[in-house]
Ligand binder design. Sequence first.
Ligand code: FES
Length: 124
Amino acid sequence: MADDSQAVLETGHWVAAATTRELKRRRKLRVELEGRAITLFAAGENVYAFDDLCVHQRNRSLSKGTMLHGRVICPGHQWQFDLETGYEPDQDVCQPTYQVRVVDDTIHVDLSPRTGDTQQRNIS
Ligand code: FES
């Protein structure tokens, strides 16, 4: 019988991004996955993955932003993206996000097109 963690990774285009130890240390980590800049955020026991460049002007890195009260605040113009959805309610836009799975100590990001579900996954 297949291992459950292996079954989780069978759909989508999952790529190993980092170890939980690397992310836990700084709570945010910018990674390059197949030419895409992605920032991982750790909040509580969950991991989230966002496109690194802000959807606003695409020249500011969210890895330089701040996490506060369940939101990522862009260092450019302080748009505030919900960690769960990427949604910015004042602007009515979404920062692109990715599904995340943690298998053993490795964080995997699904680079396939998103369908709009939540992208956080537990890292405990
Ligand atoms: S560049 Fe992010 S809010 Fe303007």
